[in-house]
Design a protein. Sequence first.
Length: 105
Amino acid sequence: MDDDQVFKALADPTRRHLLDRLFERDGRTLTELESELEMTRFGVMKHLRVLEEAGLVVTRRQGREKLHHLNPVPIRLIHDRWIDKYRERTVSALVDLKKTLEETG
């Protein structure tokens, strides 16, 4: 997985909207996803392609339909690598501040 591709994919509000729709109900067709957006079918396909290239969406054929599924793993890896470690420092600082304030108060 390429972090830059994931960040690029997540940077666009339309792509985040598509991910939110897939989170709400996974396994949607292009027609279903397109119906919720005010853009052309080609535009939605372009956004889905970026999400697929970043590994955030995977597709599976079911009969004649192509279903789009959310793959949360790349987001979790970004969380673990870029968010969680920084949050730990902040939480530790807040705990230390609380102790200091309680001792002086």
